[in-house]
Design a protein around this ligand. Structure first.
Ligand code: F0G
Length: 350
């Protein structure tokens, strides 16, 4: 089968797409669900990692953006706008470029990983660095609601969730069932909302017979849902989820409670440990926010919340290449050698 993106593949579950909708796609979706052989053995569960970092702009945002931008073009807008910790801005910029409209992105100054910033710029977005955090930027963006010619493409836009729910479909199609447990990072809480929607829809049409328990992971310095309070000054190395007042807060709580799951927090140290582990033991390089999934999983297996033998899917939301600075500052040094093979051999023998 030729893959032409999530709208084409899951059109029957996207009634908002009509014959009048011009589909803007970069052939997003169809990301691999990779069996984590070594971590499964270590943790005593059957673990698969859904590598969303392999989408066209390197994160899951592309699934939502194809729908949001297609609908925006159908409506005839002239520009898109979003607040972003980086990945949404990269995706919005790419899909807007493809659609031939302007993209305006508001990002928290100094807190966006280098790769994401580079992407937004090279795709041609107007990049506005806000003196404040993501929550401040989103507050400003919400004011664009009154502007007819501008489309807000944050996950407060329901079309984003429609597109993102397709990841749940792919997981079920691949496994032939729903997982027992899903673990994923939570920032603005759009993605957990979208997955839960997707699983419930698949169950309602009889594609699956059970639903997974949804476990959401926040960083300890930005854990509003875990502690049930706004974090005025969110802080974490996982800048993608450095969010103190998530827009889809209530929906995330609903997904957690309806599914019988939990939302827990992990420290930056736990995130970095998991970040190195998933790369060095599975060959999967993810960004720190995505490593929160794995850090959370380890904690939940230890606490007994995830039972031994469970079929677990962890969502790796973004690519490790997005954030080269974090990688480089958390690794052992490289070595400098003379251009001679005998020097190389010293390392092979050691
Ligand atoms: N993982 C990554 C890599 C992200 O970029 C985000 C969110 C999340 C997880 C959390 O998803 O917000 O739906 O709960 N990034 C947004 C952005 C906020 O602006 O790129 P969420």
């Amino acid at each position: 089968m030729v893959w032409e993106g999530v709208i084409k593949r899951y059109r029957e579950f996207l009634p908002i797409i009509t014959d009048k909708t011009p589909v803007v796609t970069l052939n997003e979706g169809n990301t691999p669900l990779i069996r984590a052989v070594n971590l499964s053995k270590e943790l005593g569960v059957d673990l698969f990692i859904k590598f969303e970092g392999l989408n066209p702009t390197g994160s899951f945002k592309d699934r939502g953006m194809t729908v949001a931008i297609s609908k925006a073009i159908e409506r005839g807008v002239k520009a898109t706008i979003c607040a972003s910790t980086g990945n949404t801005s990269a995706s919005a910029a790419a899909y807007s470029a493809r659609a031939g409209i302007k993209s305006i992105v508001l990002i928290p100054k100094g807190y966006v990983a280098l790769g994401k910033l580079a992407q937004a710029m090279i795709y041609g977005a107007i990049v506005l660095e806000v003196e404040g955090n993501f929550d401040d930027a989103l507050r400003v963006v919400r004011e664009a609601e009154k502007e007819e010619s501008i489309e807000i493409v944050n996950s407060i836009n329901p079309y984003r969730l429609e597109g993102q729910k397709t990841a749940a479909f792919e997981i079920c199609d691949y496994l032939g069932r729903a997982p027992d447990v899903q673990v994923m990072p939570v920032g603005n809480a759009g993605n957990i909302t979208a997955y839960w929607m997707g699983y419930k829809e698949y169950k309602s049409v009889g594609k699956i017979s059970s639903l997974p328990k949804m476990f959401g992971i926040q960083a300890s310095g930005a854990a509003p849902i875990v502690y049930n309070r706004v974090f005025e000054k969110p802080e974490t190395i996982a800048t993608a989820i450095r969010i103190g007042n998530p827009a889809r807060w209530q929906e995330a709580v609903k997904a957690r409670d309806e599914s019988g799951g939990k939302i827990i927090d992990v420290s930056d140290d736990e995130i970095i440990e998991a970040y190195k582990k998933v790369a060095s033991s599975e060959g999967i390089f993810v960004e720190p926010a995505s490593a929160a999934s794995i850090a959370g999983l380890i904690k939940l297996v230890r606490s007994g919340d995830i039972p031994k033998g469970a079929l677990v899917v962890a969502i790796a939301t973004g690519n490790g290449l997005k954030d080269p600075n974090t990688a480089i500052s958390n690794l052992p040094p490289t070595f400098t050698i003379k251009p001679s093979f005998s020097e190389v051999m010293k390392f092979i023998k050691s």
